[in-house]
Design a protein around this ligand. Sequence first.
Ligand code: GUN
Length: 286
Amino acid sequence: MATWIDGKAQADALRETVADAVGRLVDQRGLLPGLAVILVGDDPASQVYVRRKGQHAREVGMRSFEHALPTATSQAMLLERIAGLNRDPRVHGILVQLPLPAHIDPEAVIHAIDPAKDVDGFHPLNAGALAVGGEGLVPCTPLGCVQLLKSQLGELAGQHAVVLGRSRIVGRPLASLLLREDCTVTVAHSRTPDPATICRQGDILVAAAGRPGLVRDDWVKPGATVIDVGITRLEDGDSRRLVGDVDAVSVSRVAGALTPVPGGVGPMTIACLLHNTLVAACRQLG
Ligand code: GUN
């Protein structure tokens, strides 16, 4: 049976480290890191995530600025709000929760965020820095995945990592990050013929396809370390539950280690957001 990788415990530890560093920054440099989170619309899942981000920011001693805007907010109004946060010296990190309502172009929004405050790491300057090995801000979910992998495997160099999914939020930046760790990286996606055969080659398999239960035991190399990034909210009748891209029951019989959903990647993502806000604040200090 696979070992469960406890993302919640690791996220708790990372938040404690961030809280200590925030305390020192306040005491020694008089700098209180600030995180601004913008939510447009009333998607219930996004509301939960945004509330949790603000709550965790406060818990580690940061200042939290929460902007809940109505669905009808125009793109121009949103860009104006971002421009204000770019200018605000109390704000060191800015995150606009995705997805956005259909009338707003996410590219325009991502471009509008000051790259130095882009704690999501989605701005082309940060995405480019990651691709060419520079010193930008790195997207939170991939950062969390690599931390979980290192906790399980130590050194990642030489491992064959298969990333299932090519999104801007997870798949692409994660592939770059794993290359930085000297892994051999294969990216499989919705147009890959026979993804099971590709996935079965991975010493590491990261499932970030957004398709619940897609990865079954015959997709996994025996002993592989499997990271499940998928979070889909299933509603059957009155009961709601979160499920990952990995069929945990069958995969846990084959894999060496596996992250649970919930309690795996999710908590690490928020802890890495706080880490990025701290990094952004320190860099803005000069
Ligand atoms: N929606 C789902 N994941 C993310 C994320 O990492 N950042 C933002 N901004 N929105 C998201």
